[in-house]
Ligand binder design. Sequence first.
Ligand SMILES: CCCCCCCC(=O)SCCNC(=O)CCNC(=O)[C@H](O)C(C)(C)COP(=O)(O)OP(=O)(O)OC[C@H]1O[C@@H](n2cnc3c(N)ncnc32)[C@H](O)[C@@H]1OP(=O)(O)O
Length: 201
Amino acid sequence: MSGPTASDAPAGAALTPPPEAEEPVRHPDAPAPGTLLGSHYDQCFGCGPRHPHGLHLVSRASDGVAVTAELRLQGDHQGAPGLAHGGVLASALDEVLGAVNWMLRAVAVTRRLETDYLLPVPVDAVLHLSARCTAVHRRKIYSTAEARIGSPQGPLAVRADALYVEVPMAHFTTHGRAEDVEAVLRDRPGIAADRAFEVNP
Ligand SMILES: CCCCCCCC(=O)SCCNC(=O)CCNC(=O)[C@H](O)C(C)(C)COP(=O)(O)OP(=O)(O)OC[C@H]1O[C@@H](n2cnc3c(N)ncnc32)[C@H](O)[C@@H]1OP(=O)(O)O
């Protein structure tokens, strides 16, 4: 019989790096601070420029292992009248947290995302998002993010802690809907299947 695994840990514990975790190290080829990071997939709900209803977030490299982005909330993002839906805010934070992995040149997916909603967020507000990696342990990437209203120093509306797990490109080609995977491969002739989803600034 096997014992408890990391997946069985309570939420807070799962987001606390183990003592042997290391400080994240910015990849030598990470984009320079201020560089806008391109979308990793043009149909991504978070960052895809061709997604008809997506957030169209554009992340920007910061110093260290960190990124920023801005999200102008709109009527389509409502949960309660005139207020942003919590799931939309979580999506935006997941997107910038995911973009941080590119500063490590790691391809990783969200394993756990924990959000604290501190203030209601009116639609029409501009949310200033920032995310940074706090620790790395083997395939696990620990990160934290904030969303502030109106400016990078504005009121803190939402914060999040997250655990990402590094995956091989086969994660996407194996699990993704075949027609979408094939469309990406068609759009990028000459690129091997396991590179077609490259997260590319
Ligand atoms: C190209 C970039 C796209 C970015 C898109 C934006 C972000 C997203 O929306 S991603 C989409 C949402 N997320 C997903 O779909 C992920 C779904 N989950 C999965 O596919 C799998 O659970 C996956 C790949 C994360 C992990 O599975 P698997 O590879 O079998 O991992 P497994 O070996 O069990 O665990 C990996 C490590 O994480 C640890 N771990 C797993 N779960 C937890 C947990 N809850 N807490 C702490 N540690 C954990 C394990 O102990 C292990 O650690 P170590 O390597 O040190 O032994």
